[in-house]
Design a protein around this ligand. Sequence first.
Ligand SMILES: Nc1nc2c(c(=O)[nH]1)N[C@H]1C(S)=C(S)[C@@H](COP(=O)(O)OP(=O)(O)OC[C@H]3O[C@@H](n4cnc5c(=O)[nH]c(N)nc54)[C@H](O)[C@@H]3O)O[C@H]1N2
Ligand SMILES: Nc1nc2c(c(=O)[nH]1)N[C@H]1C(S)=C(S)[C@@H](COP(=O)(O)OP(=O)(O)OC[C@H]3O[C@@H](n4cnc5c(=O)[nH]c(N)nc54)[C@H](O)[C@@H]3O)O[C@H]1N2
Ligand SMILES: [Mo]
Length: 786
Amino acid sequence: MAGSDMTGSDMAGSDMAGPGMTGNLRVPHMSHWGMFEAEVAGGEVVAAHPYHGDADPSPVLGNIAGSTGRARVTGPVVRRGWLENGPGPSTARGSDEFVAVEWDELTDLLGRELRRVVDRHGNSAIYGGSYGWASAGRFHHAQSQVHRFLNTLGGYTRSVHSYSLGATGVIMPRVIGTHWKLFARSTSWPVIAENTDLLVCFGGIPVKNTGINHGGTSNHPTRGALDALRRRGGRIVSFSPLRDDVSGEHRWIASVPGSDVAVMLALAYVLATEGLHDREFLDTHCTGYEEFEAYLLGAADGVPKTPAWAEGLSGIPAGDLEDLAREMASRRTMVTVTWSLQRVRHGEQAPWAGITLAAMLGQIGLPGGGFGHGYGSMNEPGLAPVPYPLPTLPQGTNPVPDFIPVAAISDMLLKPGEQFDYDGTRLTYPDIRLVYWAGGNPFHHHQDLPRLRRALARPETIVVHDPYWTPMARHADIVVPSTTSLERDDLSCTRNDPLLVAMHAAVPRHANARDDYDVFAEIAYKIGVGHQFTEGRSSRQWLEHLYGQWREFVLADGGDAPDYDEFRARGSVRMRTEDDLVLFEDFRENPERNPLRTPSGKIEIYSKDIAGFGYDDCGPHPQWYEPQEWLGGDRAGTYPLHLIANQPRTRLHSQLDHGATSQDSKVQGREPLRMHPDDAAARGLTDGQVVRVFNDRGACLAGLVLDDGVRRSVVQLSTGAWYDPLDPSDPDALCVHGNPNVLTADVGSSSLSQGCTGQHVLVEIEPWTGDLPPIRAYDPPVIRAR
Ligand SMILES: Nc1nc2c(c(=O)[nH]1)N[C@H]1C(S)=C(S)[C@@H](COP(=O)(O)OP(=O)(O)OC[C@H]3O[C@@H](n4cnc5c(=O)[nH]c(N)nc54)[C@H](O)[C@@H]3O)O[C@H]1N2
Ligand SMILES: Nc1nc2c(c(=O)[nH]1)N[C@H]1C(S)=C(S)[C@@H](COP(=O)(O)OP(=O)(O)OC[C@H]3O[C@@H](n4cnc5c(=O)[nH]c(N)nc54)[C@H](O)[C@@H]3O)O[C@H]1N2
Ligand SMILES: [Mo]
């Protein structure tokens, strides 16, 4: 375990927390898309300067300057219908007007409503799953705050796993005993750059995504590592519908979206039939290869998974697959799978088949060989972890047993009392009366927004904390105006970054906004649980307390960390990291002494537990299931374009969609949709035109961008344009802005994981011939005084 030493502050001697060249104040700060100095003038952030140590800062920083005062919730408000008629289901959510109230009235009202629901229906009637990324910073992290708050009230129905990794989070623990170690203890970028000969990437390694890291990051090494690998003579092969999923030189294989598992099986078939697989590794480190091989060769179902079979599904010539399989077996090869491949129906199969293919190559645990999941999905994979726990606000305990897989939100609200399958159990949807959201935007993250709107009409009360008038805030009954991280002191760090950063408030609180912590504390005091929530500490005292706890770990580890005031003044502290990791190196060396946390201690190519569940949509070994939303099926007869709803290049999710970088990418104010010129010509469409994208679930407008780096019959429309219904009172309204989730299906990945499947959807596209409706998404709703 090599480690870099502790060198104290990385910013000592830099111009952080002092005046910069323009004479304006600059303070150190952190966002999920990187560390920066906020330059402040006239009470506003006028520039976000990337941290000088960052090799490849994210362009998303460009959204910050000048944007943080727009679209803000300026004071507490309550929906008129709720205020006048009291709690109850309502289809007026999303089109009703709001009434401005005083803070004292708002916290009274919230306290009383929470008490009512708990007393009458019990704590499980509160949904506090509250998924979402919120902002960087360990203390003011909105999820931690809302969960701690609801726990002091006696708990809430929670959610498990994420929209990011719904399928992986359930399948990988069963196959390799963990899912997070795949990212946090992944083979490091320098090891890949120095050792990998052939990087075979399913979904590419999109550098655009590595700008982001949950909780922040001080460096972005991906682009540099890929360049270093190529300079050494390493090669990159990318299976992807988009050429630019790998930046720079590589071999682009434009396979049919959703066909990756078929391709992986065909590569495995060549290895198995030509004796290129590592029988010894499969015997010593894996279980169930025999069952899988029987399926592969067709003994199980009469269909050998040959390259010719895969050609029919993927469009990739069988000969190319044969050559690639042989090359993979002859060189140091790493197989990588992006997270997007599991955000689809049957999402378990791609990572499971990927690790099985890597196991057959026998290079798992060798430097630069084996398997990777999430290189190019997030900055974290490939970065060195820190060896001690991070400062963490304790969330208390939640005694309520009810939970849902996170993407089952609409199902839960629409089907109280109904049963469903999840990971080998039968769960029952609780009867939710109150939904409490802080730090997330379901109108960004959830599928089939028309259905979500119907679901959100069901509860009696919806509470949303957000700094901005997001579509979710518009659908709330009670809207709590939060500060942004730029208005608060905090501290930030993540498990794979060497810097603990002192985030300094750059600007005063906007209008009548308050920190989530202060709002929760006030409600908690009003209902008699104040001390449990605050433990008597102010925000500033919490920061010092959390820092102090963390400092103990560092000192015990022989490191050097200054006291709190000195830390604030320096701006950051550098931690030790575990450099040059190789994923599963220990397990490879000695699988008996370092077993995986699976039932067999080995890689489970076949899972007896999953066999026991008997699911028809997730069997006991990786296999090919025909997707619903793909070009190979009947539905493509009606909706012949495969839309990829991937992560936006120009922002994080829906955050700061009104910022400069995001706005610069829009076409006539609409979200850009990329299409191959041939597909456009076939429909009489031209570059820069506004188009209508539709299927039987919904429709949106988008701005056309022609690009021959998009596979034919595929279009790409990223997530994140704020939902902007032409008629806000109609759940089926056209979104005039370009939110792809009006089109996506609200269907779980499988009975096993019930994860988000928003990445793929079939659509048709036609010219928009009507008048161009204005974008109103960033304008606040109607708010009246009492
Ligand atoms: N079709 C499709 N849909 C997808 C995906 C896909 O690939 N395709 N990807 C999915 C994935 S991976 C994810 S992670 C989700 C992301 O979905 P979300 O995480 O819900 O999206 P964000 O836009 O990051 O929402 C964060 C919200 O927190 C607010 N916020 C920021 N700071 C604070 C604060 O201090 N306090 C409070 N109270 N609020 C704050 C922001 O204003 C914003 O509204 O989307 C998912 N949706
Ligand atoms: N700039 C930016 N970066 C982000 C985010 C963001 O909002 N903005 N969000 C972050 C979050 S929360 C997450 S979870 C990660 C998500 O990380 P991912 O889910 O990996 O990211 P995506 O961009 O959705 O998808 C990556 C690429 O997969 C390709 N792809 C899609 N379907 C298929 C397929 O069937 N086969 C193959 N071979 N390729 C396919 C698409 O071309 C797409 O560009 O991204 C993170 N990074
Ligand atoms: Mo995510």
